[in-house]
Design a protein. Structure first.
Length: 320
């Protein structure tokens, strides 16, 4: 979802107390990278998606957008990135890191499920790196210095999104991916779905998912403890983060244990709880008011994007 993609950019801007113009620029940059990654992924997965009934309404599968149009749009976005890098006043090193990030996203979204050289587990970790790296890169682009708390927040977000990809991302298309001969962490771990859509997973997969969640929780609390903030800010943040990560851990356990159905859209409850917990853990670094504003903006954007997708799937609006 777009909210996950733009969050590290906005958190970076909030950490530096950047002006609104810079925040809008970072938001636009994050949204552009998200769209680029989604289009590249859809192009790469098109053969498998055509055989997947749940993807029948996808723009490329349905034919409302042609492969050539999608490819031209990707090229246009790359030209936009080149213009941004050329015009940016940020350090050369951070601009080169931004280019490398786009290259990593292109590689990851093309070969994530089909690489024969890189194991699926490593590909999922690379996905987490690509989605979390914008936080320190954005701080550097704006001329700020990256401290230990920023790195810990980056690690926490990377772990969170690697986990989301290995669980929610893998499980929603599990049968179709297996039929297409693709490689994912869930397929490699010999995870199957029951006829009712519940997970039938070996102990190793459950242990992996829960260990990643615990590592992510540890990183969130470490980020909160190392940030310089007032006691009241820390207490408020802790009161938000603690119950959310408990809810996320519980829901993840229920999901991988086969006690509830998998979301066919990949929007699992543990992902949402973890995402809000990340923003809560960032509050000691950005301040309570900035944190609350970030949360409102990201959720408003995510809600509007979700509504647009739902209306498009019903044929009430046209997307593309």
């Amino acid at each position: 979802m777009a909210g996950f993609a733009v969050a590290p950019y906005l958190v970076a801007g909030a950490i530096l107390r950047a002006p609104v113009t810079d925040l809008v620029g970072l938001f636009t940059l994050g949204l552009a990278l998200h769209c680029f990654a989604c289009i590249v992924n859809d192009l790469a997965d098109l053969p498998a998606d055509r055989a997947n009934p749940s993807r029948a309404k996808s723009a490329l599968v349905a034919g409302s957008v042609s492969q050539n149009e999608a490819t031209y749009l990707c090229l246009l976005m790359l030209l936009g990135l080149a213009a941004f890098v050329a015009a940016s006043r940020g350090p050369v090193s951070s601009r080169l890191e931004l280019v490398a990030l786009w290259a990593l996203m292109a590689y990851g979204n093309t070969y994530q499920k089909r690489s024969r050289r890189v194991p699926p587990l490593v590909m999922d970790q690379l996905c987490g790196v690509a989605l979390a790296a914008p936080l320190p890169i954005s701080i550097a682009l704006l001329g700020g210095s990256i401290n230990a708390t920023d790195w810990v927040l980056t690690v926490a977000y990377g772990l969170q999104l690697s986990l989301a990809n290995s669980v929610a991302g893998n499980l929603k298309d599990l049968d179709a991916d297996r039929l297409a001969g693709l490689r994912t962490v869930a397929i490699a771990a010999e995870v199957f779905l029951t006829p009712e859509g519940r997970v039938n997973a070996p102990s190793a997969y459950k242990l992996y998912a829960q260990a990643m969640e615990l590592l992510m929780i540890g990183a969130l609390f470490l980020a909160m403890c190392t940030a310089r903030c007032t006691t009241i800010t820390f207490v408020v943040s802790l009161s938000v983060v603690a119950p959310l990560v408990a809810i996320a851990a519980r829901d993840l356990h229920v999901l991988v244990s086969g006690k509830r159905r998998v979301s066919q859209q990949g929007r699992e409850r543990f992902m949402i709880a973890n995402a809000v917990a990340f923003l809560g853990a960032a509050c000691p670094s950005v301040g309570l008011y900035a944190g609350a504003t970030l949360l409102a903006v990201i959720f408003a954007w995510t809600y509007l994007a979700t509504v647009a997708l739902v209306l498009a799937s019903r044929g009430e609006v046209t997307v593309g």
